[in-house]
Design a protein around this ligand. Structure first.
Ligand SMILES: NC(=O)c1ccc[n+]([C@@H]2O[C@H](COP(=O)([O-])OP(=O)(O)OC[C@H]3O[C@@H](n4cnc5c(N)ncnc54)[C@H](O)[C@@H]3O)[C@@H](O)[C@H]2O)c1
Length: 287
């Protein structure tokens, strides 16, 4: 047990599974009292119980966190049970479909707006009055896909780009109340989403994702939680409006995807210009 969040109260949305479970457990080990929040069908009770069994402090909260009424109830639960709120982690999110846009369902689009965008909006709104009192902070789940977009789930990338801009705007707006706002941008992480047996990605997409990552593997949920911990703690007292990538380098890498290109697209066009010097350019240090 550490003390990097000693005496702090945190809500972690989507806390029952994946990266959220790791954040809850990491925060509890560092001394935070944690509200493990998720959908009623999520194993949030298990996570809270496991934390308690380890000597930590946690309670489960189940509801659809994309409605304002439920978001308020979640914040009220933290305050009534633990006396205050210092940290909101907007980690809840969904990745329901992988499809080319021409085949992409309106239902999946709306589902992502609700759970990726709306939940962060209503939870942040509900939490702010309490965060003003504690001079607390918000850390939200962005994504590598929100920086560069993601093929075959293009609306998902859009929802994460929303989170990036939303949090940066909030960071500026809320500084006058002493509230910091930051973003964690995971790359491919080893959760249900990135396995063909548990998520919508097929094996080709999973392979492409790993091949595009300089580190050649998925990140672990704990590796992501480590960065949430830093940003949520007082160690990050001068960090606000920041996007911390935890992505094995995938965002800056360029590899892996060329092999997927359409064969026509791979053919160089003939062109009409007579270019005599195209390979005579400046390629070494001139003295
Ligand atoms: N896994 C990755 O590769 C990856 C990459 C980039 C970003 N992320 C982001 O990290 C976050 C966690 O992803 P994960 O891979 O751990 O997925 P996950 O499915 O294991 O976790 C997300 C959790 O949020 C819950 N949730 C979603 N909408 C909710 C709502 N309205 N109310 C209550 N609970 C809700 C889900 O039920 C689930 O338990 C997401 O925001 C995701 O966009 C993940």
């Amino acid at each position: 047990m550490g003390d990097r969040l000693k005496g702090k109260v945190a809500i972690v949305t989507g806390g029952g599974t994946g990266i959220g479970e790791a954040i809850c457990k990491k925060f509890a080990r560092e001394g935070a009292s944690v509200v493990v929040a998720g959908f009623p069908e999520d194993p949030v009770e298990d996570v809270a119980k496991e934390i308690q069994q380890e000597g930590g402090t946690a309670l489960p909260f189940t509801a659809d966190l994309s409605t304002e009424a439920n978001a308020r109830r979640c914040v009220e639960t933290a305050v009534s049970q633990y006396g205050k709120l210092d940290i909101l982690i907007n980690n809840a999110g969904v990745f329901p479909e992988v499809n080319m846009l021409q085949d992409y369902s309106e239902e999946a689009f709306d589902y992502m707006i609700k759970n990726n965008v709306r939940s962060a909006f209503v939870m942040s709104k509900a939490a702010l009055p309490e965060l003003h009192k504690t001079k607390g902070n918000i850390v939200s789940a962005g994504s590598e896909a929100g920086v560069l977009g993601i093929a075959q789930n293009t609306p998902y990338g859009g929802t994460k780009a929303f989170i990036h801009a939303f949090m940066k705007g909030l960071a500026v707006e809320q500084a006058q109340f002493g509230v910091r706002c930051n973003i964690v941008g995971p790359g491919p992480i080893d959760t249900a989403w990135t396995h063909e047996s548990t998520g919508p990605m097929d094996s080709k997409m999973v392979k492409m994702m790993k091949d595009a990552t300089p580190m050649g593997r998925r990140g672990t949920p704990e590796e992501v939680a480590n960065v949430y911990l830093f940003l949520a703690s007082d160690e990050a007292s001068y960090v606000t409006g920041a996007l911390y990538m935890v992505d094995g380098g995938i965002t800056i890498a360029k590899g892996g995807v060329g092999s997927q290109a359409d064969s026509e697209m791979k053919k160089e066009p003939q062109g009409e210009l007579d270019l005599e010097h195209s390979k005579e350019g400046h390629t070494s240090i001139r003295k």
